[in-house]
Design a protein around this ligand. Structure first.
Ligand SMILES: Nc1ncnc2c1ncn2[C@@H]1O[C@H](COP(=O)(O)OP(=O)(O)OP(=O)(O)O)[C@@H](O)[C@H]1O
Ligand SMILES: [Mg+2]
Length: 192
């Protein structure tokens, strides 16, 4: 069977929509963060960034097993943890950086973590990694800004059925935000 990959910066709504999608497709929902922790597929812990370092190679092997028998919806902000040959479609969720900033701040994230993730969203970090790992043809973008989870789900279902949708390069936060985008990028943060 195959993998439907749902990616994007922290807080864009991956878990919310990936669970809805899995239910709709009658597929298995798997969160990379949960899988890595539950099965101890980690190499260590990054104290400064307060994040686990996952074992990418071991995760790819595990996903080969998991997806051999069924269709799996993978929820992850990194792409290099699933075997690309199993991936039918990779959808990168995008969110207006101002909305993302609000969401992450509301979660109580320290400012440096908010800024790091908002900058990554502006600079297309998850999108670029997905294109590199899965190839341009497999990757689609969905701009979730101002949309309800159900609307996001419908767009993803449409991509799966029609194999058509917004291709990498569609979302451009510099165009939408103007000077505000540069202000975010100029804000210093440090993990040291
Ligand atoms: N389309 C949406 N519209 C409004 N709020 C949303 C939408 N999707 C998710 N949310 C809310 O935004 C927050 C983050 O959503 P979610 O946990 O699904 O994001 P995530 O991408 O999985 O984050 P993380 O990478 O940290 O796991 C939650 O409070 C969720 O209820
Ligand atoms: Mg999540």
């Amino acid at each position: 069977m195959t993998i439907v990959f749902i990616g994007g910066s922290p807080g864009v709504g991956k878990t919310t929509v990936a669970k809805m999608l899995a239910e709709k497709l009658n597929a298995e929902y798997v969160s990379v963060a949960e899988l890595a922790l539950n099965e101890n597929i980690v190499l260590g812990y990054d104290e400064k960034r307060a994040a686990y370092i996952v074992d990418e190679r071991a995760l790819r092997a595990r996903f080969r097993e998991l997806s051999s028998a069924k269709r799996v919806v993978v929820d992850s902000h990194v792409a290099n943890v699933v075997p690309p040959e199993m991936v039918e479609v990779a959808v990168i969720l995008r969110l207006d950086p101002r909305e993302l900033e609000k969401r992450l701040s509301a979660r109580g994230y320290p400012r440096n973590k908010v800024v790091e993730n908002v900058q990554a969203e502006i600079l297309d970090v998850c999108l670029i990694e997905a294109v590199r790992v899965f190839g341009f043809d497999a990757v689609f973008e969905v701009d979730t800004s101002g949309k309800k989870p159900q609307e996001v789900l419908d767009e993803i279902l449409n991509i799966l059925i029609e194999r058509r949708g917004m291709k990498p390069g569609s979302v451009n936060w510099f165009e939408k935000l103007g000077e505000v985008a540069y202000e975010y990028l100029k804000e210093n943060y440090t993990n040291t």
